[in-house]
Design a protein around this ligand. Structure first.
Ligand SMILES: Nc1nc2c(ncn2[C@@H]2O[C@H](COP(=O)(O)OP(=O)(O)O)[C@@H](O)[C@H]2O)c(=O)[nH]1
Ligand SMILES: [Mg+2]
Length: 318
């Protein structure tokens, strides 16, 4: 099991290798096909650009990002500034990194908050509980005192699932019975965190209630009760999105943005989809920080998001 220090020491090559492995589905489609195009290209012409366009659309980059990239490449072709497919690949790499760079931001929690509250939100099955568990490990490895709050009181299994992550990482979980008021569980967790000198309180929430309005009302209430104990809380509201959701992820995110002050995104299950391009669509259309990506189910499969490593992992053909 690695810790935060190991992750840093892993170095760029090791990280790239891990990302390539995690993105194997995207790589077996998009990366392979792009590589084939670049290798086979004798001339850079409209046909080639059209093939790239199709690959980007099917890779879920979204219409907006795809058009932006194709327009840029088309301009360069007409100005004859692209000597060969190697030059084309280099330009594509720069364009892709430029889209992700502004949103690839580490999750920084204020050191003076006691505790800093991280609220996990997102639809059912997006990976909130798993990510809460992985984050508990991440912050603990960074030397922070962590507490987990079982705010998903809607499903019986949710508390047990969080408890498993807590046990695994030797992090306490504050929980009540199924059906308890989620805001009250989280309020109590905040009280416990304060009395224990916890640095980071990670609060799980439900992704499904009787209807969307109930869910959004509950999240708004959780925010309100937290602010009663600390007007600055929650210090982070992480919207957890399943990469396999495709373009629906954008409208889903907009729903949550109406109810809670989302501060950043965690994109999970990138390992389970061939459509890693969704990251670019999210970056352009939501312009929210993307802090972490999930590339597997293990505890260290939650990785800080780096634009360069991600782009290289989907462009490098070896
Ligand atoms: N392969 C993979 N599975 C994940 C990842 N993140 C979460 N999962 C799985 O997705 C499923 C739903 O996750 P869960 O945390 O219960 O979602 P929640 O309903 O939002 O709390 C579980 O089986 C997790 O193990 C990931 O990054 N990669
Ligand atoms: Mg859950």
């Amino acid at each position: 099991m690695s810790n935060v220090a190991d992750t840093v020491d892993e170095g760029k090559q090791g990280l790239l290798a891990r990302f390539k492995q995690g993105l194997s589905k995207t790589r077996s489609g998009l990366t392979k096909n792009l590589g084939r195009l670049f290798l086979g290209a004798k001339t850079i012409d409209a046909d080639l650009l059209e093939e790239i366009e199709t690959l980007l659309i099917t890779g879920d980059f979204g219409v907006e990002v795809t058009q932006e990239i194709i327009q840029d490449l088309t301009d360069r072709v007409s100005r004859k500034t692209l000597a060969d497919s190697l030059a084309l690949r280099a330009v594509l790499r720069d364009l892709l990194i430029a889209i992700l760079e502004p949103v690839a931001q580490p999750l920084v929690l204020p050191a003076d908050a006691e505790p800093a509250v991280v609220l996990m939100v997102g639809v059912n099955g997006s990976g909130k509980t798993t990510t809460a568990g992985k984050l508990a490990h991440y912050f603990k490895a960074a030397g922070r005192k962590v507490l987990l709050a079982a705010g998903d009181t809607f499903r019986a299994a949710a508390v047990e699932q969080l408890q498993v992550w807590g046990d695994r990482n030797q992090v306490d979980v504050i929980a009540q019975h199924t059906g308890a008021d989620s805001a009250s569980v989280i309020f109590d967790s905040m009280t416990a965190a304060k009395s224990r000198g916890t640095d980071v309180l990670i609060a799980d929430t439900a992704g499904r209630l009787q209807n969307k309005k109930n869910l959004m009302d509950e999240l708004a209430k959780i925010e309100r009760v937290l602010k009663r104990q600390d007007p600055q809380a929650p210090q982070a509201v992480l919207l957890v999105i399943d990469a396999g959701t495709g373009q629906n992820a954008i409208s889903q995110a907009r729903e949550f943005l109406k109810a809670v002050a989302v501060t950043g995104i965690v994109l999970t299950k990138l390992d389970g989809t061939a459509r890693g391009g969704i990251l670019f669509a999210l970056a352009r259309q939501l312009a929210l920080p993307i802090h972490f990506v999930g590339i597997g189910e293990q505890v260290d499969d939650l990785r800080p998001f780096s634009a360069e490593i991600f782009v290289d992992a989907i462009l490098d053909n070896d």
